[in-house]
Design a protein around this ligand. Structure first.
Ligand code: BES
Ligand code: MN
Ligand code: ZN
Length: 484
């Protein structure tokens, strides 16, 4: 998509397709006479109320535009960027159903700041996305040029919007990719290609090296697969750095459950079990492109969880790289096992913030539904920063309790230090408490359980079915907020 920024005075009418916005209490938030006149006529005839997500399309014929699209933003006093994102996604859905090639978006004077224009471009990109590489006849929007009319003079908003949205789109592509096409080696190779392009350092550990590092918890999970595991560590280290952040992502390229095999229905979306790993790649790519003054590590263990010949068994005891022993009572609780060793590794880097991202538990989806990620943290400060960044980007995190007593109650093993599954009750909490055992004391750590929002089981405004890219944009914003 090509984007152009235009000052209202430069707009030459008539244009073909023009999109305006209305507030329910300020139906025509535009100043010039031409706009007022065209819009007033439509409002009178169509009974448009400017409510949230309200959308009308009118063939105006002559005047300022041939076709006018009007989107509602609700009350002007309670405007949020998310309301803009949602109604714009409806505009894009409409454009997809047409053969329109060019569209003009006219941002109201009232909200003509850089951030709104940035969000607008970003959401046009996100809403136009579809994962169609395996479709014989992809259905795409034919729009190639978008002109945005706004008094914003800051051209960098275009680049910024494209950096944020392309991170999310990269994550979406990776998450939606069929599992036999994205085996651990491939995921590592993709990380390598991106690292090379963005001039990031990267270290990829093979099976032998993983063994040498003592990561037997991670290795245990990989035993049932004939595809070798990989441990990936990418680093972005700018010359001037204000903080160091370590992201750790769960990279299970397919989760069959292992010997604790999942039933068919539960296995449907399990190609997405590497969404956490994909997120770390998207975020570090964006950090480099934005030239953020924050050191970023993207770390992910990646393997399949399969019930093959050598598979780890119920009753096995694994020794993680920090020496802790783990009794396996459910091979389907594999995410925490691969993350355990990765968290030990990441802790040694002594970051200011350590954040893991994982499609970890079905229990989290039961608790918070499909749209909200569970956030578990030992640091109020870090939790606050992440929740704030999420709000800015329309990605929701809800803080959950790290109730230590549950660990005593559910995770004790008769034969080892701990066991890997605490059963059904408080399943997302016991999983988080398990992870906590592998984070060095004193580190500010947060665990994001994205089992719900990581993969969309239905389209929701600008978030497609399949890979969603959540929470890459929020994490990039979090990094950016650290600069100031
Ligand atoms: N990858 C799954 C979690 C998951 C479930 C993600 C549904 C997205 C949607 C994870 O590895 C898993 O299987 N967790 C088990 C844990 C249990 C065995 C303690 C679960 O949630 O059932
Ligand atoms: Mn599992
Ligand atoms: Zn899993």
């Amino acid at each position: 998509m090509n984007y152009k920024l235009l000052n209202p005075a430069q707009l030459r009418s008539p244009v073909n397709t023009l999109c305006f916005f209305s507030f329910s209490d300020d139906l025509i938030p535009y100043k010039t006479a031409a706009e007022k006149k065209s819009l007033q006529k439509i409002l009178n005839e169509e009974g448009f109320k400017g409510k949230e997500n309200e959308l009308i399309k009118v063939h105006a014929g002559q005047g300022i535009a041939t076709r006018i699209i009007l989107g509602g933003l609700g009350k002007s006093g309670s405007f949020t960027k998310e309301k803009l994102r949602r109604v714009v996604s409806k505009v894009i859905d409409y454009l997809k159903s047409t053969k329109i090639k060019e569209a003009v978006f006219y941002v109201p004077d009232l909200i003509d700041n850089d951030q709104v224009v940035e969000s607008l471009i970003e959401v046009i990109e996100l809403a136009s996305y579809s994962f169609d590489k395996y479709k014989s006849k992809p259905k795409k929007t034919e729009v190639t040029t978008i002109t945005i009319v706004s008094s914003t003079k800051n051209k960098s908003v275009i680049d910024r919007a494209l950096i944020f949205s392309s991170a999310a789109k990269l994550v979406r592509d990776l998450v939606s990719e069929p599992p036999s096409n994205l085996i651990p080696e491939n995921l590592a190779q993709i990380a390598k290609d991106i690292a090379k392009k963005e001039r990031l350092q990267i270290k990829i550990y093979n099976e032998k090296q993983i063994k040498k590092m003592g990561m037997n918890s991670f290795l245990g999970v990989s035993l049932g697969s004939n595809k070798p595991p990989r441990f990936v560590h990418i680093t972005y280290s700018p010359a001037k750095s204000k903080k160091t952040v370590c992201f750790v992502g769960k990279g299970i390229t397919f989760d069959s459950g292992g010997l604790s095999l999942k039933p068919n229905d539960a296995m449907q979306d399990m190609k997405m079990d590497m969404a956490g790993a994909a997120t770390t790649i998207g975020v570090i790519q964006a950090a480099a492109r934005l030239k953020l003054q924050v050191t970023v590590h993207a770390i992910f263990p990646t393997t399949e969880n399969m019930p093959g010949q050598g598979a780890y068994k119920i009753g096995d005891v694994l020794r993680a790289s920090n020496g802790k022993t783990i009794e396996v009572n459910n091979t389907d609780a594999e995410g925490r096992l691969v993350l355990a060793d990765a968290l030990v590794y990441a802790s040694k880097l002594k970051p200011d913030y350590l954040i893991d991202i994982a499609t970890l538990t079905g229990a989290c989806v039961i608790a918070l539904g499909l749209d909200i990620a569970g956030l578990f943290s030992n640091s109020d400060e870090l939790a606050k920063k992440l929740i704030k960044a999420g709000k800015q980007m329309g990605e929701q995190f809800w803080r959950m309790p790290l109730e230590d007593y549950y660990f005593q109650e559910y995770m004790k093993s008769d034969v080892a230090d701990i066991k890997n599954s605490g059963g059904r009750y408080g399943g997302s909490i016991t999983a988080a408490l398990f992870l906590k055992q592998f984070v060095s004391k004193g580190l500010k750590w947060c665990h994001l359980d994205i089992a719900g929002p990581g993969m969309g089981s239905r389209k929701k405004f600008y978030i497609p079915k399949g890979g969603t890219g959540i929470p890459a944009r929020a994490l990039i914003k979090f990094l950016e907020n650290l600069e100031s």
